[in-house]
Design a protein around this ligand. Structure first.
Ligand SMILES: [Mn+2]
Length: 463
């Protein structure tokens, strides 16, 4: 945990940015995997981590925006828990660690909230993402009609997003640590991409390596020779010479800050000419995009610039034709690059996504496009110093998408479907780094991870 003064200062700022009433923050509970006594690994809610650092199940916090008080609600460990799980901190110990002055039991929470509601005070809460929290909100706040999510406080949500979007020096150190662990797991994956090995050998070791460094994987990784499946969670293939292995994986720091990096490696250690050409196209888009990053630049513009660079390369390769600007404006490139350039990174891998993608990623005067591809852009807003973002363009040959577009004769002015057909089976390439926006530009976090085609080949062959 950070020093309690860090959490106190964060909570004071939050309480002062909400006009009046109570702020209710839920911590997560254990979540059963196949029986109550066999839960999934515990993951605390990221907003609870941000405002308290408390990493145990079953705590909730109420901040009073009017009198500034702050209370931790939860239970002391009972004897049975202590027998099975070892000594646990008392509620008062946990409150001390988080710098919270008051404690209360779960029934105190119910009483305090109903007193506040009877007194006509508003209770601000964030949109829940776990069903049990919807049930708790209905019962604690007496919500009877409508969707619970609709009662979530936009004022509170915006205040939390404002705060969590700009990373402090201490948070950047955590993110550096997360990316350092992420670099370690990628170096390992690159060296393991050998013919005859199975994807699950690498995927399993990535997870173990992340844990061995005191963290965990920040999301279910993609580790697949079918990189054209964007979030592929299948690890059953045996790698063969000539395959491209796409590894999109990140490790967390001990305080749960996330790394998120993607590399592609030729199984057997050398790209063929076609693979290298597409790889270099994606690399050029990624490097150009990173060069554009600086305060004030809308990330949407950077996304479109990356799309433009990719389109120029695809035109050179004969896959596309016509004016690249017109192709990007029409969205033709999205056949190959159907996702957004990146997202915020922090305590969540898609940082704050539970609070609402558009509130996090779009300025008030920006509307999310409904054009295929651009509609998947999670981050569009002008950048600010202290933002940490991913930059991850890709180029994929997705058979069902190609087939559908071809049948519908989409963008035939810009796409040479006969050439594209020859690339079916190519797979996909994505290159991703984690980047801090600085006062004057940007800086890639963590140690350098092999990235150019030559560097990746060298890492794969151990030379
Ligand atoms: Mn990512």
């Amino acid at each position: 945990m950070f020093d309690p003064s860090v959490y106190r200062a964060r909570r004071r700022r939050l309480a002062s940015s909400v006009s009046s009433g109570l702020i209710l923050l839920f911590g997560n509970r254990e979540s059963p995997m196949n029986a109550a006594a066999n839960p999934y690994p515990f993951r605390q809610d990221s907003t609870m981590l941000y405002y308290t650092g408390l990493d145990e199940p079953g705590v909730d916090v109420v901040l009073d925006a009017d009198d500034g008080s702050a209370t931790l609600y939860g239970s002391d460990p009972d004897l049975e828990t202590t027998v099975w799980m070892g000594p646990q901190p008392s509620l008062a110990d946990r409150a001390d660690a988080a710098g919270l002055p008051e404690t209360g039991s779960p029934s105190d929470l119910a009483d305090d909230l109903s007193t506040a509601i009877r007194g006509g005070r508003s209770v601000h809460f964030l949109r829940p993402y776990r069903e049990e929290h919807r049930r708790r909100l209905r019962s604690l706040l007496g919500i009877t009609g409508g969707r619970t999510d609709d009662y979530a406080s936009t004022e509170l949500t915006r205040a939390v997003i404002d705060q969590r979007s700009v990373k402090s020096e201490a948070e950047i150190r955590e993110l550096e640590q997360a990316v350092a662990s992420t670099a370690a797991i990628h170096e390992y994956a690159l060296s393991m991409a050998r013919p005859g090995r199975r994807e699950c050998e690498i995927a399993g070791l990535l997870s173990g390596l992340a844990r061995s460094r005191g963290g965990e994987l920040s999301f279910q990784p993609t580790c697949s020779v079918h990189g054209e499946v964007l979030h592929n969670h299948d690890y059953t293939h045996t790698m063969a010479d000539g395959d491209l292995l796409l590894v999109d994986a990140g490790a967390t720091s001990p305080l749960h800050y996330a790394g998120d990096v993607t590399r592609v490696v030729p199984v057997g250690g050398s790209f063929n000419d076609r693979q290298r050409a597409v790889y270099d196209a994606v690399l050029d888009a990624q490097v150009t995009a990173i060069e554009q990053l600086e305060p004030g630049v809308p990330f949407r513009d950077v996304h479109l610039r990356a799309a433009r660079v990719l389109t120029e390369h695809l035109t050179d390769l004969g896959l596309m034709e016509g004016d690249p600007d017109a192709a990007v404006e029409a969205g033709a490139h999205a056949l190959f690059f159907p996702h957004g350039l990146g997202h915020m990174l922090g305590l969540d891998v898609h940082d704050m996504e539970a609070l609402g993608e558009d509130l996090v990623g779009y300025a008030d005067d920006q509307e999310r496009s409904d054009q295929f591809g651009l509609d998947a852009l999670r981050l569009a807003r002008p950048l600010e110093p202290g933002f940490v973002v991913t930059v991850e363009p890709g180029c994929y040959f997705i058979p069902p998408l190609i087939q559908t577009w071809r049948e519908e004769a989409r963008h035939t002015d810009f796409i040479n479907y006969d050439v594209v057909a020859d690339f079916i089976g190519f797979g996909g390439i994505r290159i991703e780094d984690d980047v801090l926006i600085t006062e004057s530009g940007s800086r890639i976090l963590g140690p350098r991870i092999p990235k150019s085609a030559d560097e990746v080949e060298d890492a794969a062959t151990g030379s």
